[in-house]
Design a binder for this molecule. Structure first.
Ligand SMILES: Nc1ncnc2c1ncn2[C@@H]1O[C@H](COP(=O)(O)OP(=O)(O)OP(=O)(O)O)[C@@H](O)[C@H]1O
Ligand SMILES: [Mg+2]
Length: 611
């Protein structure tokens, strides 16, 4: 039923409606500010439908209530209404438009809102808002028609059309919001993933470079460079506690200075790194914290923010790591704490591994020095025996010239002892080398033979020698003398009880010098034949230490040569083969040639060149 008031007002209204819908349409375009659009829509509904109040109820699906988010007319109120109660509640429940001309005459009307607000409801027009799936998502309601006090069919059609608009706005807006939320979540996940990848990259790089470091400063420098580059900080510092002295060593890197990483020891006082180390606490520091207690590092920039973490270890007080001064205008956050914890555990592992390696190296060096000393002490036997022999001869000798000879011989033995001592010291300093020079076999073996003769005098042992007297060869005289002595002594010991023949032969042919020591003893015991050249392998010999042949092998290895053993029940024969490198100036330290010791249990060691 339509009540017209003449053509003009009707035309005016049509124009008004068209304008209002255009405005609403224009406002819908950006479809972002939902509240603004709905407010416009309500204002237009109130105006076009000539009502006193327009209300939009949105269905809250979780509570099953209608919630009025906007009340037009100067006030904003939140009104809640159960679905199925009151006119709007019934519209929401049935999905049908309701028009009421006198509210108080309608039993469906709930007057409590009038009572509460002092408003007097007369006529009501309410229409459901439906989403794209056809479900009700709210109710649009106008109250009290100003003219004639009753809403018309036109009003109803217009409200339904406005309701459709509102539903589209709300629906779209929800879809947009949902999309936006999804996008935001995606972006966050993406950023988090990117951050994780960056952190993993940093940790990987850190581990790789700290693993390559051979000293603590190298390790700290590598770690600091990576941290400062990857964490967007102006400076970083690592505090490490010396396990033996308890001294604190500080490594710091200030990216605002071009000095690179610096280190110094921190003896007294307490800063944030030491605090973190002692308390085992990871902590974000603000400007206030840093003004109360400074950080140990001497940064050129004002340190207003920082984050410190202790280095974790089995032992307490390993040290601490800290990041200071952010490049970007932001504060250190929870995520940074996690990263610093990861960094700290990475650096801790590197420091602990480094300490273990240093300790192992030290032990190995001490063990080697101990082994070398025991070898030298073993070889002292020979010169000592010779010295004591000549001393006794000197006591009984009347002839002055002969005594001088004996004294010279004693002095030579002292030189031998001194050179052995020098060897140990050279090794301790890490300067192992052999002293190779041209030696005439006649002179070298004459001296040796004299000593052997003295050793076997009184024993049932016959000495046979075959020395190529005209030949010469290049080798370390004192070392090869020691090696031959050890072989001779073993041969004598093998025949001492039953007697026999000792053969010493030396020659140079095909670019090698060959020295042979053979005996007619019982041969090498089967039990040790496979490990003859290992240290401390001895058999059937009271007082034997098992070092003699190990020393022989080592000396021959150093010359790049080989030791070959032949053994049977009728005796043992040891052959030393020393390859002859091209002539070098006499008296130079030389690099041994690298050939395999055939009887060796490991490849020959090559001493460093030029020493
Ligand atoms: N010519 C040999 N005849 C028989 N057995 C030998 C001979 N040379 C070495 N051996 C055996 O090899 C073992 C190891 O010799 P090696 O010279 O290394 O140590 P050692 O003679 O027992 O003790 P050390 O030389 O340190 O006083 C000897 O104990 C011995 O059993
Ligand atoms: Mg021996």
């Amino acid at each position: 039923m339509r009540r017209t008031k003449g053509a003009d007002p009707a035309l005016q209204r049509e124009a008004q409606v068209a304008r209002a819908l255009r405005e609403i349409g224009a406002a819908l375009a950006p479809s972002e500010e939902l509240d603004d659009i709905l407010e416009l829509l309500l204002a237009k509904a109130q105006e076009l439908l000539e009502s006193e109040r327009a209300t939009l109820y949105i269905l809250d699906e979780t509570t099953g209530e209608l919630v009025s988010r906007i009340v037009v007319g100067g006030e904003t109120r939140a009104v809640r209404m159960r679905v199925g109660f009151g006119i709007a509640g019934i519209v929401a429940q049935t999905g049908k438009t309701i028009r009421v001309s006198d509210a108080y005459m309608d039993p469906r009307f709930e007057p409590q809102w009038d009572i509460l607000t002092g408003f007097k409801t007369r006529s009501i027009l309410a229409t459901p808002l439906k989403n794209h799936l056809g479900s009700t998502i709210g109710v649009l309601q106008v109250l009290n028609k100003r003219v004639d006090n009753e809403f018309t069919d036109d009003d109803e059609a217009l409200l339904i059309s406005l309701g459709t608009q509102a539903a589209v706005v709300i629906d779209n807006s929800r879809l947009v919001l949902r999309l936006k939320e999804k996008n935001r979540q995606l972006l966050e996940t993406h950023q988090r993933l990117e951050q994780r990848v960056r952190e993993l990259q940093l940790l990987f790089e850190l581990e790789r470079s700290t693993a390559r470091a051979t000293s603590l400063p190298e390790l700290a420098t590598a770690a600091l460079n990576h941290i400062v580059a990857a964490c967007d900080v102006l400076g970083a510092a690592i505090l490490v506690c010396d396990e033996e002295t308890g001294d604190l060593l500080l490594f710091e890197l200030d990216s605002t200075k071009d000095t690179g990483p610096q280190s110094r020891s921190v003896k007294s006082g307490e800063g944030w790194l030491k605090r973190s180390m002692l308390a085992g606490e990871t902590r974000i520091l603000d400007a206030h914290d840093l003004s109360e207690t400074p950080v140990e590092a001497r940064f050129a920039f004002p340190v207003l923010a920082g984050i410190v973490a202790p280095l974790e270890g089995d032992e307490a007080n390993l040290g601490a790591v800290g990041l200071f001064g952010l490049r970007k205008a932001r504060a250190f956050e929870h995520d940074d704490l996690e990263l610093v914890r990861l960094l700290s555990s990475n650096i801790s592992t590197a420091v602990r591994l480094h300490r273990a390696a240093t300790a192992r190296e030290k032990t190995e060096r001490l063990t080697s020095i101990g082994r070398l000393l025991s070898q030298v002490v073993h070889d002292f036997k020979t010169p000592m025996t010779v010295i004591s022999g000549y001393s006794q001869l000197m006591v009984d000798c009347e002839d002055r010239k002969q005594r001088t000879n004996y004294a010279e011989e004693i002095l030579r033995q002292f030189e031998l002892v001194t050179s052995m001592q020098r060897e140990v010291l050279e090794f301790a300093r890490g300067e192992r080398s052999i002293f190779v020079r041209r030696v005439y076999l006649a002179r070298f073996f004459n001296d040796l033979i004299k000593q052997i003769e003295r050793e076997i005098s009184g024993l049932p042992i016959e000495l046979s020698t075959q020395i190529d007297a005209k030949a010469s060869a290049r080798f370390d005289e004192s070392r090869i003398a020691r090696a031959v002595h050890n072989l001779i002594r073993n041969a004598i010991e093998a025949m001492v009880s039953k007697g026999g023949r000792l053969t010493l032969a030396a020659s140079v042919s095909d670019g090698s010098m060959i020295i042979e020591v053979a005996d007619t003893g019982p041969g090498i015991p089967e039990a040790i034949s496979g490990k003859l050249f290992q240290s401390f392998v001895t058999a059937n010999k009271p007082g034997g230490t098992g070092l003699g042949l190990a020393i022989v092998k080592k000396i021959v290895d150093e010359h790049g040569g080989a030791v070959i053993v032949e053994s049977s029940q009728h005796g043992a024969k040891f052959r030393i083969v020393l390859p002859q490198s091209p002539e070098k100036p006499s008296g130079q330290f030389a690099v041994a040639q690298k050939t395999q010791t055939r009887s060796a249990s490991r490849p020959p060691s090559v001493p460093p060149a030029g020493k």
